[in-house]
Design a protein around this ligand. Structure first.
Ligand SMILES: Nc1ncnc2c1ncn2[C@@H]1O[C@H](COP(=O)(O)OP(=O)(O)OP(=O)(O)O)[C@@H](O)[C@H]1O
Length: 717
């Protein structure tokens, strides 16, 4: 299947009034020197003699116009949407870097969203082979809850994120509004924008406090073939990561900020895991990544617009953003064409229900066109912008409605005509899912009942025939006995009671019920786990990495004490709490699984003996926290240089709030391992080579090291 890498466009916003800009972030146009691609160059905030260079296919300087960005990077995506593929465009960057300006723009200087809508309508008017209809939905993710922006703010409930049988994620009850004209869209969008959570911070007068996802679905029905092609474009304006020291947030803003940073941090982890080829990608750790799942390593085409702020105070965040972009550029998607067959499904033999549906068609060569879109460095006048978004200091209360987010072809309900549709949750269950042939659960149940009825009838008939045979035999025996003289040795055998054979009926129905029960209890357990995890994650969010580890250790110590006493359930709960503080600790995970098993099977739990500890030189205070084998392992991995890299890799709270501090500041280097990892960073590698130039080209495999370099001179890699 054809793969498609997420495209990256970086845009530097103009300096704002009063913003201190030492011009250390620059956009360099494409040239032979840069291997034909444009570059963002950033001076290392800790070592001015060092310059990092980030090559991207599109880099826009502060003079770039909205039109230019749209024409180069977004316009080519419209054809992709009309070929039945899902496209996701997201704006990413620190608060106040210009994401909303890029996506939404102003009345006089419209951004990606209004331009995309116009282009979609323009294209629609050129299509004659299909009957094209458009639908809009708009949601926001505020403090890790999803709200429908097409529903009045005060009535909007939290919407659940679900997954259909084919594994596609969708937001249940999200409104999908049909739109016939650009004006209709504008009216809906302007109203919905007022519902978005926006607030003032020290860094941005109209700062988005939520992630907003606008989706336009393009349905192209072909009456002759009786099929519908469904393309979709998701336009995502992410909330910006924030440094609370700079934003001057009050407690309610802090809570928002924590949710924003947490979800962006998970986004970073997802991209990191995808790049590592990890077996488990942590999509489920936030609603944002769950909803963007299809765009990250899924079946849609992606464009990431990285917004950069030139201000000196944002330098570290700029590097974080660019590091994120470098990693994202390696994420591969496998785009597919979403086509729905509207013909009624042929009636298959019952035995055929297990046949798998045909695989989705990979997207064709149209994808090649978008990978060649040009680089850009704009030349327009500097403009300032008044946000369209009203400044509201009222924190989000709640919001409501339906509609699939992921692959529309698989999930969209057929024949959604009429105004403002709400797809019921059951409609979202994939009709072409694992059971195949487009059957719903209900239809499958009906088929099972019919098959069972037929089987019962057959068996009853058989039984009737057997009964008749027996009756005949009995009569024959009686006649024989009557004809025999009395006292004959032959005696009548007692007639055995006939019972209905248990047959297929019971096992079939029982299997169905057992599956239901098992599924139900599994879901309940997952829900409990999720809620428990969520609370702990919120707490874990506000702690520094060191405090997280300490808290995790304390929980492990308590858990161990309880497990030694035999209170396994309590111990299990405590180990799970510990896990939310040190989620990457493999030993801890193993411990949880072992105890879960022991609790479930009512068995005793015998912990494996502690591994012998290496003799350590005592330095300063002895560790006061009780330790456990599981946490010991965690300590090692947490303090390994690899884990330092992990911290770096995570965009968000820890990094953003760390300001200019080194992530390792105040940490003891352990086991002499530090050098190994650092050797992998560009400056160290270059230092090793002993050369002396100050430019570091950041390839897609590297990241800019965030720790200060002691070396004065570095070599070009
Ligand atoms: N390219 C640009 N040209 C002119 N002004 C811009 C540009 N980009 C951003 N601005 C201005 O910078 C300010 C911050 O921009 P914006 O609100 O779009 O940032 P943001 O990244 O969406 O922030 P947040 O994450 O806090 O919502 C606004 O006043 C906006 O008008």
């Amino acid at each position: 299947m054809a793969t498609h890498k997420i495209k990256i466009a970086a845009r530097l916003r103009p300096r704002l009034n009063g913003e201190l800009d030492d011009e250390s972030v620059k956009v360099i146009r494409a040239s032979d020197e840069n291997g034909g691609s444009s570059v963002i160059s950033v001076t290392n905030p800790r070592d001015p003699s060092q310059v990092f260079k980030f090559p991207f296919s599109s880099c826009y300087d502060e003079d770039a116009t909205q039109e230019e960005i749209f024409r180069n990077d977004v316009q080519p995506m419209i054809d992709v949407v009309y070929s039945g593929v899902t496209v996701t465009i997201f704006a990413y960057g620190v608060t106040s870097s210009g994401k909303t300006h890029t996506m939404q723009g102003t009345k006089t200087d419209p951004g990606v969203i209004p331009r995309t809508i116009r282009a979609i309508f323009d294209k629609k008017s050129t299509i004659s082979d299909y009957q094209v209809s458009l639908l809009v939905s708009y949601m926001e993710i505020y403090k890790d809850e999803v709200y429908d922006l097409l529903v009045a703010r005060e009535n909007a409930p939290k919407l659940p994120v679900r997954e259909n049988d084919a594994g596609m994620v969708f937001v249940a009850n999200l409104t999908a509004e049909p739109i016939a004209t650009v004006e209709e869209f504008d009216a809906i969008y302007n109203q919905a924008t007022k519902n978005r959570s926006v607030g003032a911070t020290n860094l941005n007068r109209a700062s988005s406090r939520s992630h907003a996802v606008l989706t336009i679905e393009v349905r192209m029905s072909d009456p002759t073939r009786n099929t519908t092609l469904i393309g979709k474009i998701n336009l995502v304006d992410l909330a910006g990561s924030e440094n609370n020291k700079l934003t001057g947030n009050d407690p309610s803003r802090m809570a928002e900020s924590s949710a924003i940073n947490k979800s962006l941090s998970v986004l970073g982890q997802v991209v990191h895991a995808l790049n590592q080829g990890a077996s488990r990608i942590p999509y489920r750790n936030s609603k944002l990544t769950r909803i963007l799942q299809d765009a990250l390593g899924g079946s849609s085409v992606g464009l990431l617009i990285c917004n950069l702020a030139p201000g000196t105070k944002f330098r570290q965040d700029t590097l974080n953003t660019l590091n994120f972009a470098v990693r994202t550029k390696n994420v591969e998607n496998k785009p597919v064409i979403n086509e729905r067959d509207n013909r009624p499904a042929p009636k298959p033999h019952f035995a055929a229900v297990a046949i798998q549906p045909p695989a989705a068609k990979p997207a064709p060569a149209i994808l090649q066109a978008i990978s060649t879109a040009g680089a850009g460095t704009g030349a327009g006048p500097r403009r300032s912008r008044t946000s369209l978004v009203p400044v509201s200091k009222v924190p989000r209360v709640s919001m409501a409605g339906y509609q699939p987010f992921a692959l529309p072809g698989a999930v969209a309900g057929a024949g959604r005509n009429g105004p403002r549709e709400k797809i019921k949750e059951e409609d979202m269950h994939d009709r072409s899912g694992s059971l195949g042939l487009g059957l719903t659960e209900k239809e499958i149940d009906e088929r099972i009942s019919k098959a069972v009825e037929a089987e019962v009838a057959r068996r009853l008939e058989e039984r009737e025939r057997a009964r008749e045979r027996e009756e005949e035999e009995r009569r024959a025996r009686e006649q024989e006995m009557e004809s025999q003289p009395p006292g004959s040795s032959k005696s009548r055998s007692p007639k055995k009671e006939q019972t209905l054979p248990s047959g297929v009926l019971t096992p079939l129905l029982k299997r169905h019920k057992d599956l239901d029960d098992e599924l139900k209890s599994r879901l309940e357990e997952l829900e409990r786990k999720f809620e428990r995890g969520n609370k702990e994650f919120q707490l874990a969010d506000v702690l520094s990495p060191v405090s997280k580890k300490k808290t995790g250790r304390a929980y492990v110590a308590l858990a161990r004490a309880h497990s030694e006493k035999g209170d396994l359930q309590v111990a299990l709960d405590l180990y799970r709490k510990a896990e939310s503080y040190v989620p990457d600790n493999v030993k801890l995970k193993e411990r949880i699984i072992e105890i879960e098993w022991a609790v479930k099977n009512n068995k005793e739990f015998v912990p494996s003996p502690k591994p012998p500890r290496k003799a350590k030189k005592k330095k300063g205070k002895a560790a006061s926290v009780v330790e456990d084998a599981a946490m010991d392992a965690d300590d090692q991995s947490e303090l390994k240089p690899g884990s330092r890299r992990r911290e770096r890799a995570e965009f968000g709270l820890e990094l953003t709030n760390a300001g200019m501090d080194s992530p390792t500041k105040g940490k003891r280097p352990l086991d002499g391992q530090e050098g190994e990892d650092d050797a992998e960073t560009p400056p160290k590698r270059q230092r090793r080579d002993g050369k002396s130039m100050a430019v570091v080209n950041v390839s897609s495999d590297d990241e800019v090291p965030l720790a200060p370099s002691k070396s004065k001179r570095l070599v070009v890699s």
